[in-house]
Design a protein around this ligand. Structure first.
Ligand SMILES: O=C(O)C1=C[C@@H](OP(=O)(O)O)[C@@H](O)[C@H](O)C1
Ligand SMILES: C=C(OP(=O)(O)O)C(=O)O
Length: 436
């Protein structure tokens, strides 16, 4: 991949306009997987045309699933049924996507054939024992390189349901087990330390698989059938996050974010910003495909620092890089704890944000599970995104209020989750350009 750097300059005036961000990444991955395993044809609308979700589609394609693309952001998935995938000796490349790899590990553990999941440099550093250990307890046979990708999954294992208490709150762990549970004898039950996004559960239900679930607990049993349904993917609140924070910090701004997914396990950023004094309202709240969605109206208001409550951390896990920027601009100190999971994302997001903010003159102390950020002002500087899409976009919003331009290194991976970010951002008043 050719290296792409960005330059983000201060906004000339307020940010204004309507923004429709791309479809939800978590929902798009799952819609492809369940559509593939269903009987019949599922139509996905609002599909995220990002590199992560396209990697999942390409893998399912190699396993014999046929897709049609009636228009960008749409997929017709010709399901092959629970036992209809066919194996390939080719490595299956998940690219940058932890979600793709961990969920597919569960799905592939139940197949009759062998498969190998590989990923890019960043994904190859991420911990996989969190899924391979419990899958092995279920009877799967998976080899790794010291708990890291590639994952060599040996097919033909007879899986047995287990009750599992994941040590960390992770929808990816839960989902990997539930997917394997479709192929297992007996009940597979996951009891979480804190409830996480429940898209796997709600989609299983929508595809007609019997499932019992309540926040923090989900149980499936093997031996049923998935039936094709149409899936409407909401706009991704994790992508909306950059515009939400941008409108909060650029004086005079007002942005309207349309049709954003408001699953209660995803709205922690809104709660955090409200605690910091933000002016955010929700209009046109409605339900779409079983998910809560709404339009967010975000107006500038000076923010103040907070001690972030621990219980909202899992509900905003991907939004922390953007929140770090809000904290750097807010009056006073913001303390973030309980977020050690940030260290095992596409980059170590605590270290990446701390190094980048320090380079821009912000006083920030790293903690093992968070950070203490002294807000006030952001200066210019040159930062490294470490190839992490969310770090790159976070410094794009930091540049809007920085006293000098911010050069952001290694931004190509923004295409994994948010193709078209630069154009959309510049359309509402960002001053973002390619550097060099
Ligand atoms: O299940 C999912 O779709 C996701 C779960 C979260 O990861 P963890 O399960 O590791 O918390 C999140 O960070 C990721 O972007 C998407
Ligand atoms: C952590 C993320 O995704 P994944 O785990 O799928 O790579 C993310 O998108 O911020």
């Amino acid at each position: 991949m050719t290296r792409l750097d960005w330059l983000s300059r201060a906004a000339v005036g307020a940010l204004r306009g309507d923004v429709v961000v791309p479809g939800d990444k978590s929902v798009s991955h799952r819609a492809l997987m369940f559509g593939a395993l269903a009987e019949g044809t599922s139509h996905i609308r609002g599909f995220l045309e990002g590199e992560d979700t396209r990697a999942t589609a390409a893998i399912l394609g190699k396993l014999g699933v046929r897709f049609e693309t009636p228009a960008p952001g749409e997929r017709r998935v010709h399901g092959v049924g629970l036992h209809g995938l066919r194996g390939t000796t080719e490595p299956l490349d998940c690219g940058n996507a932890g979600t793709g790899m961990r969920l597919l590990a569960g799905l592939l553990a139940g197949q009759a054939f062998d498969s190998t999941l590989v990923g890019d440099e960043s994904l190859s550093r991420r911990p996989m024992r969190r899924v391979t250990d419990p899958l092995t307890t279920m009877g799967a046979s998976i080899d790794t390189d010291d708990g890291k990708p590639p994952l060599r999954i040996h097919g033909g294992s007879a899986l047995k349901g287990i009750t599992y208490h994941p040590p960390v709150a992770s929808a990816q762990i839960k989902s990997a087990l539930l997917l394997a549970g479709l192929y297992a004898e007996g009940k597979t039950e996951v009891i979480e330390p804190h409830p996480t996004r429940d898209y796997t559960e709600s989609m299983l239900k929508a595809f007609g698989w019997p499932i019992e679930y309540s926040p923090g607990k989900a149980t499936v049993e093997g031996g049923h059938t998935l039936h094709a349904v149409d899936v409407d993917v909401p706009a991704d609140i994790s992508s909306a996050a950059f515009f939400i924070v941008a409108a909060c910090i650029v004086p005079g701004s007002e942005l309207h974010l349309k049709g954003v997914g408001l699953n209660p396990r995803r709205t922690g950023l809104l709660a955090a910003l409200e605690l910091m004094g933000a002016d955010i309202s929700v209009e046109n709240e409605r339900s779409s495909g079983g998910e809560d969605i709404g339009d967010l109206i975000v107006r500038y208001r000076r923010l103040h620092g907070v001690a972030l409550p621990l219980d909202i951390v899992p509900d905003m896990i991907d939004e922390f890089p953007a929140l770090f920027v809000a904290a750097a601009v807010a009056d006073g100190l913001t303390t973030i704890r309980g977020a050690a999971e940030l260290r095992v994302k596409e980059s170590d997001r605590i270290a990446s944000m701390a190094a980048g903010l320090q380079a821009c003159g912000v006083k920030i102390d790293e903690l093992p599970d968070g950070a203490m950020i002294q807000g006030g002002a952001i200066g210019g500087g040159t930062i490294d995104s470490h190839g992490d899409h969310r770090i790159a976009m976070s410094f794009a919003i930091a540049g809007l209020v920085a006293s000098a331009p911010i050069t952001i290194g290694d931004c190509a991976n923004v295409a994994t989750s948010f193709p078209g970010f630069m154009e959309l951002a510049n359309g509402v008043g960002f001053q973002l350009e390619r550097a060099g």
